[in-house]
Design a protein around this ligand. Structure first.
Ligand code: AMP
Ligand code: ZN
Ligand code: FE
Ligand code: FE
Length: 279
């Protein structure tokens, strides 16, 4: 088979099922209009884009792999774990996603209580929940705070109140990276370290790789070339899968456009073949 010219697949983006602004179908249409050949929608802790996204992508002629970005902890550090090519209907991964939903409900309630006690009340309507399928996160709360005039920007909300370690941040129960990897593998998926550069700590990433990760996100948003080659070198040395994507959130984070980062056909097919083998 001759290679598809300019095959590009974006494996990291968020839909309105978590904190992105486009619906899964709108994301698929945008991917096609940008000339992408492959996509994975990786909502925070949520599988709600699937299986509808799989059906729609097939109808519209876009290659798609199931994906999700799990929030996890390694010690006290927050780690995002990308899962790909799992069986979206597998009970283990559905259960993990439901546990996250419950964790978020408790955590968000607690954040809203703290805000209320400090003169910044928000009610459910302020969060502008378009659908019950949504993973509610801090970006939704930050946006509501801005609309109410409590802060001038989403950045200010994170910087003063909601960012990690800030006074109104509520972590909720911690789900470990180990447990997350176990579930992903039970569902026949592949586990990838998301945006490793955000740790600013190469040895921490090396430590994470003592766990059974399958790959590293080596291409990310507007990564400088030197950053990409660092992670590509590590993935090759450890014989790990190479993934990448834009981390597109739509208008909620306009600086990173869908397709601004992508992987080629060779890397994509490794994941797609794994997925097809287990269906
Ligand atoms: P949560 O999933 O509720 O813990 O919220 C984490 C999400 O908030 C991340 O995935 C980012 O999209 C967003 N976020 C984290 N820090 C900031 C920040 N300083 N400014 C804007 N958005 C942020
Ligand atoms: Zn996000
Ligand atoms: Fe992330
Ligand atoms: Fe993300």
């Amino acid at each position: 088979m001759s290679p598809i010219p300019e095959f590009r697949a974006d494996l990291h983006c968020h839909s309105s099922c978590s904190d992105g602004s486009l619906t899964p179908i709108e994301l698929i249409d945008l991917a096609l209009s940008l000339g992408l050949s492959g996509l994975s929608i990786t909502d925070h802790d949520s599988l709600h884009a699937y299986p509808e996204a799989l059906i729609a992508a097939k109808e519209k002629g876009l290659l798609i792999i199931p994906g999700v970005e799990f929030s996890a902890f390694h010690g006290k550090k927050s780690v995002h774990v990308l899962a790909y090519a799992f069986e979206p209907g597998h009970s283990a991964i559905i259960n993990l996603s439901s546990r996250h939903e419950k964790r978020r409900q408790e955590r968000n309630e607690s954040i809203l209580n703290k805000l209320k006690k400090n003169g910044m009340p928000l009610v459910e309507e302020d969060l502008n929940l378009q659908t019950h399928l949504r993973t509610i996160g801090r970006p939704h709360i930050a946006l509501a705070m801005m609309k109410k005039g409590y802060v001038n920007s989403i950045q200010e909300a994170f910087k003063k109140y909601l960012g990690d370690g800030k006074p109104y941040f509520e972590e909720g129960c911690r789900i470990s990276v180990e447990e997350t990897l176990e579930v992903i593998h039970q569902a026949n998926g592949l586990a990838i370290i998301a945006h490793p550069h955000l740790f600013n700590d190469y040895s921490f990433v090396l430590g994470l790789l003592n766990l059974p990760f399958d790959g590293i996100e080596c291409y990310y948003a507007k990564f400088p070339h030197v950053e990409q080659s660092k992670w590509l070198k590590l993935a090759e040395k450890k014989e790990l899968l190479i993934t990448g994507g834009s981390d597109f959130h739509g208008k909620n984070k306009p600086e990173s456009m869908l397709g601004s980062s992508w992987i080629n056909e060779v890397h994509f097919m490794k994941l797609l073949n794994h997925y097809q083998k287990h269906q």
